[in-house]
Design a binder for this molecule. Structure first.
Ligand code: BG6
Ligand code: MG
Length: 214
């Protein structure tokens, strides 16, 4: 029986894709990579900051040391965090607030399970904090999706068994992580049909919650 819902953040509750893209694009251009595209940015969906950096560096002939890579990821994060300062509730995706309110009214526990180390800032800036019971994010984990760690930490924080949790995701790596953790999944977003989730809806507005939560 489902007792809690764990939401991925970027691409599920909040639209941050464009900001990530702009920050990576700026870094890529500084490195002389002028062919970093939105398509490349799609490969960064749901994966960690360091893995996202590899998507950028794959377009370069230059080799970078681990130390240099950490500095580059930090530089990109600086650009991203600068843009996040202006984030507000207008970045919330359609149906996010209504869905969280509806689930809470029905007695479900709510967590965010996100690879992002900026999740607490994003949640605060967009006003989601009062609608969420627990946050499990990039700061809580050592292994990123498709490893289930971020969702297992979320379930633990909610005091629920994995099988009592439903994960809502927009990335294939996240759906894989939910499965590896023994959780049911709902795929949303532009690739909802091909994520391999147990249930799929284009947006949070289209979800048949009665079926998904049964
Ligand atoms: C995920 C995004 O939610 O967080 C990825 O989909 C991103 O694109 C990852 O790389 C890590 O985010 P951050 O904010 O810690 O760099
Ligand atoms: Mg996501």
């Amino acid at each position: 029986m489902i007792k809690g819902v764990i939401f991925d953040l970027d691409g599920v509750l909040v639209s941050t894709d464009e900001l990530h893209y702009k920050a990576w694009k700026r870094l890529a251009e500084e490195l002389g990579i002028d062919n970093f595209t939105r398509e490349d940015n799609e490969k960064q969906r749901g994966v960690s900051r360091m893995e996202s950096l590899e998507v950028v560096l794959n377009k370069s002939d230059k080799e970078y040391s681990q130390e240099e890579k950490v500095a580059l990821a930090d530089r990109k994060n600086g650009y991203y965090v600068e843009m996040l300062q202006k984030l507000d509730s207008s970045a919330l995706l359609a149906g996010a607030v209504e869905t969280l309110k509806m689930l809470r009214e029905k007695g479900y526990k709510i967590a965010v399970g996100s690879a992002s180390k900026n999740a607490p800032l994003i949640i605060e800036k967009t006003g989601l904090l009062p609608l969420i019971d627990e946050i499990s994010c990039g700061l809580d984990i050592t292994k990123s999706k498709p490893d289930p760690e971020v969702f297992l930490v979320a379930a633990k924080k909610l005091n629920l068994e994995p099988k009592e949790c439903l994960v809502v995701e927009d990335a294939a790596a996240g759906v894989e992580a939910a499965k590896a953790g023994g959780m049911k999944s709902l795929g949303v977003g532009p690739y909802y049909k091909s994520l391999g989730a147990d249930y799929a809806s284009e947006t949070l507005l289209d979800v048949n919650w009665e079926t998904v939560l049964k």
